[in-house]
Design a protein around this ligand. Structure first.
Ligand code: SF4
Length: 422
């Protein structure tokens, strides 16, 4: 989400005639686009800002830390010229103009959606073949540990017409893959005047010529309907990769987290998709050491991980976040135990990831090649299951979806040789 917001910020400024600096030293303006989901990145923002204290550069802060800290940020760091929350990034040029006149500004309005998605300018996309498209912003779920609804605001969906137009334009520009972005893509359509849900949107996008692969992040298990499963299984452009954050395998902890699904329901979704016979890669997020988490609760998490067999997970130690419900609860799992649980979880996952990576050897997979290393004469791309593949080949293959036979596997990277392509 943040990566794409940065692409939008850069797009606006380039559109207004600014140029990208080669490096930090040469820049006249430095903008930090920040994340506040965990405490550590927030500290990092402050330490980065400290580094810029004695420069003559214009310094701005965007994103979730800006939204969370508001005025406090400028009070603590008086050399910061502007603070822009995620819904206000479209005001970047206005803020910059004020800064050039010597004035400070704070934009943290959260009503409505960020009108930046109205195609009024060219987003500065980093990758010329794979693009993000925002389909919704914010979140209404209020998981008890999560700061997102407070810093990214309440859920707002983008009209489907705009999304389809953006995808068509991307196809014309030669993009092959789109990733639909939202805090909870499964609840897309809520509050829109048109009657539409996420599966309906997938069917619409599937019709666009030129877009070959479609992905989406992030899905919430509570909104993963049978209609969505049918769409995923019946639309060939939807990639066999689903990021489905579980957070815990214990029903008691899931209830405390306000996740509104059980371990059994989660497994039922995975089972329904797997029953189709098509291989789908699942990835997930987990929190260990949530308040009151017992050894038994943690074992339920390990059991879920072993049963789903994720290709990869993001696991974190619980970290209380201001504004959230759980912030008021006793953070009662000792740090040593949290660390030990994280280690056990990651070790188990590493073994699964390794086993699954090895299972690719000998298989033929489709890969969208999107990077070229001149020195190595090597192309890099991703499979439909989002696995990184490296292959020797010619630069002219960039942007193509090619068939590759996998010959070698490392934990997070596969190697192979090209069989053919389009
Ligand atoms: S669904 Fe829960 S974890 Fe995800 S962004 Fe919303 S509140 Fe946070």
């Amino acid at each position: 989400m943040n990566e794409h917001d940065s692409e939008k910020l850069a797009g606006i400024l380039l559109d207004k005639g600014l140029e990208k600096a080669e490096n930090e030293k040469e820049a006249d303006i430095i903008i930090l686009n920040t994340c506040a989901v965990r405490e550590k990145p927030v500290h990092k923002v402050y330490s980065e800002l400290g580094r810029f204290k004695r420069t003559n550069k214009i310094i701005g802060v965007c994103g979730c830390v800006a939204q969370k800290e508001k005025k406090r940020l400028i009070e603590k760091m008086p050399h910061v010229s502007f603070v822009l929350g995620p819904r206000n990034i479209y005001k970047i040029h206005e803020a910059l103009t004020k800064a050039l006149e010597g004035n400070k500004s704070i934009y943290t309005e959260q009503n409505g959606r960020c009108p930046i998605t109205d195609l009024s300018f060219q987003i500065d996309r980093k990758n010329p073949y794979r693009a993000y498209i925002t389909i919704m912003e914010g979140c209404d779920n209020f998981c008890s540990y999560c700061i997102v609804p407070f810093v990214r605001g309440r859920e707002v969906s983008r009209p489907s017409k705009e999304i389809v137009e953006e995808a068509k334009r991307l196809a014309e520009l030669g993009y092959k893959e789109v990733t639909l972005l939202g805090q909870n893509v499964n609840s897309y359509g809520k509050g829109l005047p048109e009657k539409i849900d996420f599966p309906d949107l997938l069917y619409k996008l599937h019709e666009i010529d030129g877009i070959e692969w479609i992905r989406f992040i992030t899905s919430h298990p509570k909104d993963f309907s049978d209609k969505l499963i049918d769409a995923i299984l019946s639309l060939p452009k939807i990639c066999e990769y689903i990021h489905l954050p579980a957070q815990s395998g214990s029903n008691r902890i899931l209830d405390l987290m306000n996740r509104k699904y059980t371990k059994e329901r989660y497994l039922e979704i995975v089972e329904k998709i797997r029953r189709s016979g098509k291989y789908f890669a699942f990835t997930s997020d987990f929190i260990v050491g949530f308040p009151t988490e017992t050894k038994e609760d943690f074992e339920e998490t390990l059991d879920l991980v072993k049963r789903v067999k994720y290709e990869g997970i993001f696991a974190f130690i619980y970290n209380p976040r201001e504004m959230t419900k759980a912030y008021n609860w006793k953070d009662d799992v000792p740090l040593e135990i949290k660390k030990e649980r994280l280690k056990i979880l990651l070790e188990i996952q590493d073994r699964i990831t390794e086993e699954l990576s090895n299972s690719y050897v000998g298989k033929e997979v489709e890969v969208l090649l999107d990077e070229f290393d001149e020195k190595e004469g090597e192309l890099t791309g991703r499979t439909r299951t989002f696995k990184i593949v490296k292959v020797k080949g010619d630069k002219s293959l960039l942007g193509n979806i090619v068939k590759i036979k996998i010959t070698e596997a490392k934990m997070y990277e596969l190697k192979g040789k090209i069989l053919g392509g389009n």
